[in-house]
Every structure is written in C-alpha cells, then in structure tokens.
Design a protein around this ligand. Structure first.
Ligand code: GLY
Length: 567
C-alpha cells in the first residue's frame, strides 16, 4: 500500500494552467461501486439500501436523507441517532447550494463553569458521560426541516421501511460486536440498569428494537412535535431528569434547526462547498486548502515528504485559528471572510520553512484587526435528478453519553463536551477552545464536522465527508487531494493512508504501518514529532465521485462496514 502511488508523473511542461498530473501507479487503481443514476454511501448496508430504495421509488436526495438518517439511527447506534445532531450541505441539480444546521444546543440551565470542580479544573466525565453531558438534540428537527423544504414523498413513505428495520432487526457485524462488548459495562454503569445494548450481543446476532420502532411510529403519526413536545419529549425529559440531567420540556420546544450559508471557496479549478459555523469544518478546510494551493502537491507526490510537510504546516496554522476564533455564529462574531481570504492566509504561511518544522508553541492564532473521535457518521447521496447532499451526524462520543432512554430505544449525545469547558483546556479530541466556544444557554457547541460538496469546472464532482472528531477536517482534505492532485479513484482516495495534525498537541499522527519509514525519519530530523503507534483510525471517509461520463463512483471506506449502493 505504501508505494501504491509511485511518484512518477509525466509533466507536460507546456501546460501552464491547472496541470492535471498523470499518475502511473505501481498497482492497478481500485474502483468503487459504479452506477449510472444514483448512489448512497453510508456506514451501514441497511441504511444505504433504504436510501437507495427511496430514490428508486422516485424520491429525491432529500427524501433519501430523511430515510437514511433514521436507518442509521436503527442500525448504527454507535453514531446514527435521534438523540444527537448534524449538518447537511446540499447542491441542487440547478446549481443552487445551501446548508442546514441541526446541531445540538446547550440547555437553558447550562452555565459556563458547569463542568469545573471547586479548583476550577474540568471534570471530563461530567461533560462526557451521563445526563449532564447531553445537549438538546437536533436530528429530528433537521430531517423534518429538510422534508418540509424539499421532500416529495410523505414522511410515512420515508420512515415505514425504517420502522420495519427496527422491528425485524439488523445483523451485527464483527466491528459492531466488538464495540458493543467493549462498552457494555459502561452502558450498565451509566444507565444504572440494563438496556437493550447491555445484553451480550455478538457478530451475526439480529438486534430488534421494538421501542425505537414505536417511537418512529409516533413520529410518523404526530410529526416533528412528537419529539419536541409530545409523548416522546415527555418520556425523554423525565428520563434525563431522573438521571440528574437539566434538559426541560422548554429546551425541547424551543429547539430549531437552522438554514445556513455554506462556506464556499475555490481550489484551482474546484469550487468547494462546505459547512459553516457552528462547524469549524468549512472554515478550516478553506484555510488549509488556500494555504497549500500555491504548492504543486501533485508533482511532489502522494504522502511524499514535501506534501506531508506542506499539509501539516497549513493544518497547524488553521487549527490554531480554529481554537481562537470559532464558535456559534449566533453568539460570537466570526471573521469568516478574513479567515479564508488569500491575503490573510498567505501571511500565515510566510514563516513556513521546508528545512524545519514550525513549533506549535511558537505559533498562535493569526492577528485580525477589529476563537472529537471516530464516533460520528457520514453519508453521501447523489440522486437520479442530479441533486447531491453530504451529511455528517453524530452523538459525539461512541454511543454518545451512553445514556439510553429505554422506553424510546435510543442513546443521547454527549455533545456538551464539544464546548470549551475551560478555555485553554483540551476536550476529548485534544482540541483547545477559547471564549468563542465557551458554554452559554442555548448556544451551539463548535463542531469539526465537514460535510462537503465539490464542483469541478462548475459541475458537480464529489460529495465527501467522514467521522473522526478533530481528524474530520484533515481526512476530508486528504480525500479531495487524493483525487484532484494524485489522480486516485474515489475508492482508493478513501482507503489511502492518512495523517493528521491539529496544532496542539504538537504531534503529527500517522496511520500505523502505512507510511514510508525514510520519510518519517526525515520528518523527525526536521523537528516534527511523530506518533505512529497510538494512532486511532483517522477518519472513515465515504464519498461519491461523478466520473467524466456522468456515472457515479461510490467510495466506502475499508476501515468500517461502510457500503455504497446505487442503480
Ligand atoms: N462531535 C464531533 C464534532 O462535532 O466535531
């Protein structure tokens, strides 16, 4: 794998604008699933198939979003959810773009120092485990808002297959069996009782979730209000409060999903459309891509010394800005235009030196005149009409707060940990935050989720995204570069080895046993601190690429059970 993409390019010297490197690969490129009309790629076969069936029934990408999101809640409780939140970026066939934010919010009773002890130090368990970690969930509001604006089939048509899945059950994969086993004790400890997922569940078992089926049936019957004001809301609030939580009926009834303007920027002949705050994804991705744009990464080669250095240094600078400037745009003023402007970013890279690493301790956020884990999940859908979406949704940690409402059949998020509990102290992803991401009632916590769509020469080209907490942004970045700069197929692009840097800690993390040892040694000699051993998976990317003949290539990351299906 290490030398899969050999650094041999035939450079056409005379071609001065946007030279597309021609790759000569040692081994044959691997293509993902190719289909003519439509494609769904998600973390679970059942969810991808339910989404595809909706499209085949004549539904559009937004109908498929509603069904896929809920099917993931049934079959991928690790991150799929009713009790969490997410973001969707869309591009309609006519070129119109937009985004929706259904991120969780802090409850009304939340306050800035709620996770600090008497000495003013953070108590991580409080923001990560159990009832106090839960933010007001946004997912159900999100799917209903999408459906109201763009849906063509009824909610009943969209959710009935999901109810059937919950009733008939889904088959546990090897990965799921291992994870459930790993978290079982914590489920029991957190819920102080046994729950569906606290049973011994192993690979190939079928898990039925009748309580979730009933919850979904009530949602079909009573609509969005069922979740935010109805029986489901009451059961959820009673359960959270019985476990010491602070979410009230008022919190639920006040929740609204919000349409947002996506972050848009160019990279060579690509137009990138990505998620705006309260996700840091789009801004950070824009900063990194604009900082690396002047360099010929395609010529330096995939995962070559120079490419790794340039990308790492751009990431270092972008994550330093993230930690200072970014937060909920409804609460803090974010200088987005400046942060992604060429003049600002070229200044940020001025002190970059190929001979030696910049020390993160020598670098802070840039001066402007005038502020996560693999437990999220992503899906990409392109429909037969040419509409595209990119959606990332999450409970934050694995199975969120581990708090599971037995009567409703779902886990609740621990998204409150994405706030900066104490500015300057890292969260579960090691990310630092400042005042812009401090806790306030009704504020949305900063995210790294980066659902992204890319146009090439003005036409839809890619839908891409990933889980991975703080590594989301850098995984999306590398996947786009893998296709654009290194000529990979979508499948190879999502499978290729990745690395990650986020300013602090001042370490570059590499997927183990995937990088050239000489390159890692050269990086060390230039002052980079390398971590190859303890690396968790860096992203689990799903994407769809529109091929030159208009057909679609689905790339489902080999790191998970992800699956691309289409027709
Ligand atoms: N909870 C992970 C993220 O939103 O970035």
């Amino acid at each position: 794998m290490r030398s899969l993409y050999l650094l041999l390019f035939i450079l056409v010297i005379s071609c001065k604008t946007n030279p597309e490197p021609e790759i000569i690969s040692e081994s044959k490129p691997v293509l993902g699933v190719i289909e003519k009309n439509a494609m769904v790629v998600s973390a679970r076969e059942e969810a991808s198939k339910i989404g595809k069936n909706i499209l085949q029934k004549g539904g559009n990408v937004f109908d498929a979003m509603v069904a896929t999101e809920m099917a993931l809640a049934v079959s991928y409780p690790y991150a799929g959810n009713l009790g969490g939140g997410g973001f969707m970026v869309y591009r309609k066939a006519n070129g119109e773009t937009g985004a929706i934010d259904y991120r969780e919010k802090a409850p009304l009773a939340a306050f800035k120092d709620m996770y600090l002890d008497e000495n003013g130090d953070p108590i991580p368990e409080k923001s990560q485990l159990g009832s106090l970690a839960v933010g007001v969930p946004g997912t159900v509001a999100g799917i209903f808002e999408v459906h109201k604006k763009f849906g063509t089939l009824s909610i009943k048509e969209l959710l009935t297959p999901v109810v059937e899945l919950a009733k008939k059950g889904y088959v546990i994969t090897e990965n799921q069996g291992k994870r459930l086993n790993h978290f079982r004790e914590l489920f029991i400890e957190t819920n102080k009782d046994t729950i569906l997922y606290a049973k011994e569940i192993k690979a190939n078992d079928t898990v039925k979730n009748p309580m979730l089926a009933e919850t979904l049936e009530r949602i079909i019957e009573n609509g969005r209000d069922e979740f935010y004001q109805g029986e489901t809301a009451k059961k959820m609030v009673n359960y959270i409060q019985s476990q010491g939580g602070i979410i009230t009926m008022e919190d639920l009834s006040k929740y609204e999903a919000k349409w947002r303007e996506p972050v848009k920027f160019t990279y060579k002949n690509l137009n990138v459309i990505s998620m705006s705050p309260p996700s840091s994804g789009g801004v950070c991705l824009a900063q990194i891509m604009k900082m690396i744009e002047p360099y010929e990464l395609g010529i330096y080669g995939h995962n070559s010394l120079k490419s790794i250095q340039i990308i790492t240094e751009a990431e270092r600078r972008a994550y330093a800005d993230r930690s200072f400037y970014l937060g909920d745009p409804d609460f803090v003023k974010i200088p987005v235009d400046t942060l992604i402007s060429e003049s600002y970013l070229s200044g940020r890279m001025k002190d970059f030196d190929l001979e030696k690493a910049t020390l993160s301790s020598d670098l802070s956020y840039g001066s402007i005149p005038g502020y996560e884990s693999s437990e999220t999940t992503h899906y990409s859908i392109i429909d037969q009409f040419g509409n595209a979406i990119s959606v990332t949704t999450t409970l934050n940690g694995a199975y969120g707060s581990k708090l599971y409402v037995p009567e409703l059949g779902f886990f609740l998020n621990n998204e409150m940990d994405d706030f900066s509990a104490k500015p300057g102290t890292p969260n579960m992803f090691g990310l630092l935050g400042a005042e812009a991401n401090s806790i306030s009632p009704e504020k949305r916590m900063l995210s790294s989720m980066t659902p992204t769509l890319v146009e090439k020469d003005g036409k839809l080209w890619m839908s891409v995204g990933t889980p991975g907490g703080s590594t989301i942004i850098t995984s999306v970045l590398q996947t786009i570069l893998n296709v654009k700069e290194y000529g990979m197929t979508m499948q190879d692009a999502v499978n290729a080895p990745r690395f990650h840097h986020q300013w602090l800690p001042d370490v570059v993390v590499f997927e183990p046993n995937s990088f050239n040892k000489n390159i890692l040694d050269s990086l060390k000699s230039k002052g980079y601190k390398i971590n190859e051993e303890a690396s968790r998976i860096i992203g689990k990317v799903d994407g769809i690429l529109v091929l030159p003949d208009g057909s679609l290539e689905g790339g489902a990351d080999k790191r998970g059970d992800d699956m691309a299906v289409g027709f």
